[in-house]
Design a protein around this ligand. Structure first.
Ligand SMILES: [Zn+2]
Length: 233
């Protein structure tokens, strides 16, 4: 991790050490991860081939990788790519406030339920997704729009449908492009082998069966269609 949060600012290792000094541990002064808020430590910098960086404390990640920080690079974490291009801490309160009203929560829930299909989603899984999103500080991802939040929430849980098979969602995106959501897509995969499922969502219209393709490209229009209601901008 090239930058960490120190006294409210994102700083490089050099900037951190200039204030905290190399004796930062003895002094009890630490930079923190902007995602999970854990203390982070300084590594490298002794040669050009090992540039300095911040790293998380090593620990055994025996619990679900869904609960580990994407920036910690611990273990086989399918959410390693779920991180911001840049941080915008100033947008957190306004974005969360927009999200946190009954209409938007309902739209988000409807969208997620539609993507999961019947009996694959419930209020408890919705709350777990939201808690993990808060823990990951997704509200500070620069460029995130309100309608993109449900796509992200879906990746933060493991689901099982009524037939008993497990599935989950993955976001396919070129690195560092939250600002271009049209290049991102949401894939629904079998958890057993990672294979893409045939369709993301089936529905009947005028007596004909229709389906949304899988993966589904990120778009506000898809969000509105699947949530069945317009989210406040
Ligand atoms: Zn972290």
């Amino acid at each position: 991790m090239i930058k960490a949060k120190f006294r409210g600012e994102m700083v490089s290792v050099e900037e951190f050490l200039s204030k905290a000094t190399p004796r930062y541990k003895e002094r009890g002064i630490y930079a923190k991860c902007p995602m999970c808020h854990e203390k982070v430590f300084v590594r490298g910098g002794s040669s050009p081939s090992s540039p300095s960086c911040f790293f998380h404390q090593k620990k055994d990640v025996s619990s679900s990788s869904l609960d580990d920080c994407s920036l910690a690079e611990r273990g086989d974490n399918r959410l390693h790519s779920l991180k911001p291009d840049e941080w915008d801490f100033g947008q957190v309160d306004s974005l969360y406030k927009k999200f946190d009203c009954i209409e938007n929560r309902r739209s988000t829930y409807n969208f997620m339920e539609a993507c999961c299909g019947s009996n694959g989603f419930d209020k408890e899984s919705f709350m777990r997704c939201l808690a993990r999103a808060n823990k990951r500080n997704i509200w500070a991802y620069k460029g995130i729009k309100l309608w993109m939040v449900p796509y992200i929430l879906l990746t933060l849980e493991n689901f099982t449908n009524k037939k008993g098979y497990s599935f989950h969602f993955v976001i396919q995106k070129p690195s560092l492009l939250w600002s271009k959501p049209e290049l991102c897509s949401l894939g629904k995969v079998f958890s057993s082998n990672g294979d893409m499922m045939n369709t993301l969502f089936r529905y009947t219209q005028d007596g004909a069966e229709k389906a949304f393709s899988n993966p589904l490209s990120f778009s506000k229009e898809h969000f509105q269609l699947l949530s069945g209601t317009a989210i406040n901008k």
